[in-house]
Design a protein around this ligand. Structure first.
Ligand code: FMN
Length: 222
């Protein structure tokens, strides 16, 4: 499965089976996380066989069988949320190519529970987690805005721009807000988002999806 195919088949899955992730798949995930951490100077972590990510109430009503999760963490800097959005997306979609399902969680997880399982110094923060495992289902497509709701291209719109926006519309966003504005002119593209505390995370996720859909060689970010 390619990353583009992963974009198309990925949906949030909140219920997981008790099937363990085989060691070779765990190793691949750890390697991908390591590559991102080194390249972007962040501190993502994979926690396996552990149920501390949610409190009892959330486990009762929403999160079933979450035993593995990626912790999105890094040094507190202005661009941290966007970087973790971008890199978390890389690992999330990679997990999908490995036959796994995922769920990005920015709010309803237990920070206290997660902190018990990773070493985090004071200058670092956790922006969210991505639950990962074998889903009880593959999830369903989210309700989506239209291309023209979130984008505008000055002039005759090239195919790469449309394909980029289409990929963004398949991305997970906090509360499924899809609060993007993507503007293109020539080979320059800008993306903004108005989704409260999750705006920069959503921008990182959106940028990753746009690059895959449009093709990185076709444009530059403004
Ligand atoms: C930054 C971010 C934060 C999120 N936080 C939560 C959350 O706290 N609880 C939850 O159930 N889902 C959360 N989600 C999942 C979204 O609700 C989900 O991605 C959205 O509804 C779109 O559905 P899809 O992932 O199937 O495309 C979050 C997603 C993102 C990207």
């Amino acid at each position: 499965m390619t990353i583009m195919e992963a974009i198309k088949s990925r949906h949030t899955v909140r219920k997981y089976t008790n099937r363990h992730i085989p060691q070779e798949i765990v190793s691949l995930l750890i390697e991908r996380i390591k590559q991102n951490n080194e390249k972007y100077n962040i501190d993502m972590n994979l926690v396996t066989e552990n149920t501390d990510a949610f409190n009892t109430f959330i486990k009762l009503v929403l999160a079933k069988g979450v035993n593995n999760y990626i912790v999105l963490a890094g040094t507190i800097l202005d661009d941290l949320d966007e970087k973790l959005g971008y890199c978390g997306t890389d690992v999330m979609l990679y997990a999908q190519t490995l036959g796994l399902n995922t769920w990005w969680v920015g709010g309803t997880f237990s920070k206290k529970g997660v902190k018990k399982n990773i070493a985090l110094t004071e200058n670092k923060k956790i922006t969210g987690i991505i639950a990962v495992g074998y889903g009880a289902t593959q999830g369903v497509s989210h309700k989506s805005k239209k291309i023209e709701d979130i984008s505008y291209y000055k002039g005759i719109t090239p195919d790469w721009f449309i394909n980029g926006v289409k990929a963004v519309l398949l991305a997970p966003t906090a509360l499924n807000k899809q609060a993007f504005k993507i503007i293109g002119e020539g080979n320059r593209v800008s993306i903004t988002c108005n989704n409260g505390i999750f705006s920069n995370t959503d921008i990182g996720i959106g940028k990753y999806h746009f690059e895959i859909g449009a093709g990185k060689d076709n444009f530059v970010w403004n």
